[in-house]
Design a protein around this ligand. Structure first.
Ligand SMILES: Nc1ncnc2c1ncn2[C@@H]1O[C@H](COP(=O)(O)OP(=O)(O)O)[C@@H](O)[C@H]1O
Ligand SMILES: C[C@@](O)(CCOP(=O)(O)O)CC(=O)O
Ligand SMILES: [Mg+2]
Length: 378
């Protein structure tokens, strides 16, 4: 039996980092996905005593005996409760880290460790110690601000919950989830993000679960209906970084300068709320006027992110390059490298700016904004 799921990456239009500290943020799904396929062996099959993880686009495979997993991860199979999202305790995370270390991940790919830990926690928490081969394939760049960690947690959880549900009539295509299942999915995915992000806000897994565009503040979700064209150029600086470390760095700066940092967070909150209002507005304001306001809000948000200490010279190079073409850019996601968003006002011709950015070694692409959320396929 086989179950598939997919979940999108995302861009944060405004509010990253501040959203971890209770400010409003605006995010949208993009049409780059992480795919998860669960293959369950027949009872009679010889390999039905292990759990195998295949990371297709990275060409790596990991395998654990079910007995080894039972030793390390304290799950009582009789109390397995997929309907009750549970955090991975520090103690269990340490045991899971040993299971990951035993796999001898190549040094150059050691950044995978937290993703594999998330996989082990979510798999055993939702499906228990059952044999399977889990194949994961992603279109998203890793550690680049496009929410690959959230897409992993959401797609994996969607496949696991789908495989544990009773009605598995062949769907013949991608099916979206109902509100009840989306809520459960999002809560489990948030537990996965905690392992990778340390202290996630929840916006990434939420927009990956629900799709489209959302306004998010301390767990409160508002679905946004855009009433204007929004085209963004995404430039990957190809500078790797770690969201958990960057998020922790902002928290440390807040500990050292609480009042100043809270003022920054309040300013970001206002920017995100104004952005959401502009995107949804149906008044007679022209698209050009709305685009000019959005450019200004992006510029202000970028300045505040610099003050939080999460910009990077590569990001500044993209910003300066696009500014020469009268375009406005801001980092998206955790920063410190990763991806940069550039607003493309109606009628913008991007050839020249893309040529200049790629000549600097950056990778440019446009992704459609506000697509599907998590989907399953039997
Ligand atoms: N398909 C995947 N397979 C395994 N691990 C993944 C996958 N996608 C993401 N990850 C994990 O998530 C980490 C990147 O998450 P993060 O630092 O939050 O950056 P971002 O979410 O912007 O990509 C990777 O280092 C890896 O541990
Ligand atoms: C920095 C933050 O606001 C977004 C992180 O995005 P990403 O993992 O870099 O794609 C963290 C969070 O909201 O959990
Ligand atoms: Mg992430």
């Amino acid at each position: 039996m086989e179950v598939k799921a997919r979940a999108p990456g995302k861009i944060i239009l405004a509010g990253e980092h501040a959203v971890v500290h209770g400010s409003t943020a605006v995010a949208a799904a993009i049409d780059l996905y992480t795919y998860v396929t669960l293959h369950f062996p027949l009872q009679s099959a010889k390999n039905n005593d292990k759990l195998t993880l295949q990371l297709k686009d990275i060409s790596l495979e990991f395998s654990w005996s079910l007995d080894r997993l039972k030793e390390a991860i304290p799950h009582n199979s009789t109390t397995l409760c997929p309907s009750k999202p549970t955090s991975c305790s520090d103690q269990t995370l340490k045991s899971i880290a040993v299971l990951v270390e035993e796999q001898n991940i190549p040094e150059a790919k050691i950044w995978l460790s937290s993703g594999i830990s998330t996989f082990l926690w979510l798999y055993t928490s939702i499906l228990g110690f059952n044999p399977a081969t889990v194949v994961i394939n992603s279109e998203l760049p890793y550690g680049s601000g496009l929410g690959s960690s959230a897409a992993l947690s959401v797609a994996l959880t969607a496949a696991l919950l789908a495989s544990s549900s009773s009605d598995k009539a062949r769907s013949g295509g991608w099916l979206s989830l109902d509100e009840t299942n989306l809520e459960l999915l999002n809560k489990w995915a948030f537990e996965g993000e905690k392992i990778i992000h340390g202290k996630p806000s929840g916006i990434d897994n939420t927009v990956s679960s629900y799709g489209n565009m959302i306004k998010f503040c301390s767990g409160e979700i508002t679905r946004l209906q855009s009433n204007m064209p929004l085209r963004m150029l995404i430039t990957n600086t190809r500078v790797g970084r770690n969201t958990k470390a960057l998020v922790s760095g902002v928290s440390e700066r807040k500990r050292r300068h609480p009042e100043a940092m809270n003022s920054l967070f309040n300013a970001v909150d206002s920017i995100s709320k104004e952005l959401a209002t502009i995107i949804q507005s149906k008044d007679e304001t022209s698209v050009t006027e709305k685009e000019e306001s959005i450019k200004e809000l992006m510029e202000m948000n970028q300045g505040l992110l610099q003050s939080m200490g999460v910009s990077h010279s590569s990001i500044e190079t993209v910003i300066q390059t696009t500014a020469k073409h009268k375009l406005t850019s801001k980092l998206t996601g955790a920063g410190g490298g990763g991806c940069v968003l550039t607003l493309l006002p109606t009628g913008t011709v991007v050839d020249k700016v893309v040529e200049e950015l790629e000549a600097s070694g950056f990778q440019c692409f446009t992704a459609s904004i506000g697509g599907n959320g998590a989907q399953i396929c039997y």
